[in-house]
Design a binder for this molecule. Structure first.
Ligand SMILES: Cc1ncc(C[n+]2csc(CCOP(=O)(O)OP(=O)(O)O)c2C)c(N)n1
Length: 514
């Protein structure tokens, strides 16, 4: 058996089920090994940002690592932005990057580059395989490292001669370090602060974004009169009827500062202290005032859910305390499409159990709060701010959860970074409904120009923030990539088109012109 086959058999034995790939010559033995050692689904993506973003979406829902198969430094580099997002989401991923044969590196052939330097910033575990014989155990270590604690990105660089060289065979999975629990003293400290606090705020993230964590948080909120928020960019959060309709901590720093200005205590569970997304003149990095004491109940990679439940008990919270949202009858939206009519239409039509990948940017502003009253669903969001995450995440989510409807709620500018995802949706016949919010601008950048008091942007500033002319034609783009599509110009057309798309098996796209 060669090293490549030992790698694939080791991964399959450790529970890996999917390999998102964009291979080249240095990966040919790995490509062949996927047939020689079946058990891992091989999914081709036409750009590496789709490969890595799909692995991220898959990990967020399955909590399992997929393999990515990438071609040397340049192929990997194309995938870095979505690995940055994956790192922020604590997604377990195992990158397998082919490299020149060890003895060929000295020749400095055109594709040769310093892969380790590219990989280090996004990898919690990084190794370049040294021999074919050790490749299986390298793989087992990479997988265990990706799964350790709350999850992260492992990168294994595989020189071509390690893939084709002789191996003694696969090795068993290595033990995985579990997510650490929270000490009783941390629960006790938080309980003491909350009992004494005049105006406490509780911020939750990580594993606390599941049902149990949110219900415990709402109970704490009721018992301690605390305002409860979700972190601003939740990696994966359960929402909708039956859950407390918790708001997200605001995006703009002025709003964060205002929200915390009167807080006497801030308790963090599974989420870091909130900071401004960017530095602005005259605004702070940290949003918490000096007068507000911060207590960490659970660090982002600790088990926040049991800690919140223990805290609720410590505070004597009633089991059913905290508001549970009921399902709302959203009135049918009519007329012009904007964030409100778009949000209402989606909240009304999204089916129970939907997975909504939210990269709708400014157009999605209204939907999230409205959807607190929608049918129960799961939301993935843009964890690391590197746009182009939404469509690839939707690919991975659909592969992780074949029985569920995935809705890619997608801004147009961000869609274009990884639009090749549509082809993989078609190729794999994934149940993804793509709703493109076509405002034909980088609208948030126009907002930021105004925030910087640039009230009359010049022609260059307008050229760099307008997406027309020419207007992107998402219907043609989608059709060209194998996905049926239609355009909606008002709320009535959107409801009809979205209704059809959601009732159709396989992928489809609706371009909502707003
Ligand atoms: C990888 C990456 N490149 C560039 C940016 C800068 N950026 C942030 S938002 C944005 C435009 C977003 O436009 P769109 O997706 O159409 O959403 P809208 O603001 O119009 O709602 C850009 C270019 C970024 N965040 N990430």
């Amino acid at each position: 058996m060669n090293g490549a086959e030992a790698l694939i058999r080791t991964a399959a034995g450790a529970g890996v089920e999917v390999c998102f790939a964009n291979p080249g010559t240095t990966e040919m033995h790995l490509v062949a090994a996927l047939d020689a050692a079946p058990g891992i689904r091989a999914v081709l993506a036409l750009f590496e940002g789709v490969v890595t973003g799909a692995a991220d979406g898959y990990a967020r829902l399955s909590c399992k690592p997929a393999l990515t198969l990438l071609h040397l430094g340049p192929g990997f580099a194309n995938g870095i932005a979505n690995l940055h997002n994956a790192r922020r989401a604590s997604s377990p991923i195992v990158n397998v990057i082919g490299d020149q044969a060890t003895w060929h590196l000295a020749a400095d052939a055109p594709l040769t580059s310093d892969i380790e330097s590219l990989a280090r910033p996004v990898s919690r575990w990084l190794r370049k395989a040294a021999t074919a014989a050790a490749l299986a155990s390298d793989t087992a270590e990479a997988i265990a490292a990706a799964r350790a604690r709350s999850g992260g990105v492992s990168t294994l660089i595989v020189p071509a001669d390690c893939a084709w060289g002789e191996s003694p065979g696969p090795v068993p999975a290595k033990p995985v370090e579990p997510r650490p629990g929270v000490a009783f003293s941390a629960v006790d400290a938080a309980a003491r602060r909350l009992r004494a606090s005049e105006s406490p705020v509780l911020l939750i993230g990580g594993d606390a974004l599941g049902r149990r964590g949110q219900i415990a948080a709402a109970r704490i909120g009721a018992a301690a009169r605390a305002r409860v928020f979700l972190g601003t960019f939740p990696a994966c959060v359960e929402r909708g009827a039956g859950l407390p309709p918790l708001p997200k901590f605001p995006y703009f720093p002025e709003q964060g500062v205002e929200l915390l200005s009167k807080a006497t205590d801030l308790v963090l569970a599974g989420v870091p202290e909130p900071v401004a997304f960017f530095g602005y003149p005259k605004l702070p990095s940290r949003l918490t005032p000096e007068t507000c004491r911060i207590t960490v109940l659970a660090e982002p990679d600790q088990d926040a859910t049991p800690a919140l439940e223990a805290l609720a008990e410590a505070l004597g919270a009633k089991p059913d305390a905290g508001v549970r949202g009921t399902r709302e009858d959203f009135p049918v939206a009519t007329g012009k499409l904007d964030s409100e009519t778009l949000g209402r239409t989606l909240a009304r039509l999204q089916p129970e159990g939907a997975i909504v990948v939210d990269e709708a940017a400014t157009s999605g502003a209204q939907w999230f709060s409205l959807a607190g009253g929608a049918a129960p669903h799961t939301v993935l969001s843009l964890t690391g701010g590197a746009i182009g995450q939404g469509l690839p995440n939707a690919v991975g989510a659909a592969i992780a959860c074949p029985g569920r409807r995935v809705i890619a709620f997608q801004a147009d500018g961000s869609a274009m970074y990884t639009v090749q995802s549509l082809w993989t949706m078609a190729r794999e016949n994934l149940d993804v409904t793509v709703l493109v919010c076509a405002n034909r601008a980088y609208r948030i950048l126009k907002v930021e120009l105004a925030r910087a008091d640039i009230t009359h942007p010049g022609p260059a500033a307008r050229a760099l923030t307008d997406l027309q002319p020419p207007a992107l034609d998402f219907v043609s783009l989608a059709r060209g990539l194998g996905v049926p599509a239609e355009r909606a110009e008002n709320a009535e057309q959107l409801a009809a088109a979205l209704g059809r798309a959601l009732a159709t098996r396989g992928p489809s796209l609706v371009e909502a012109v707003i």
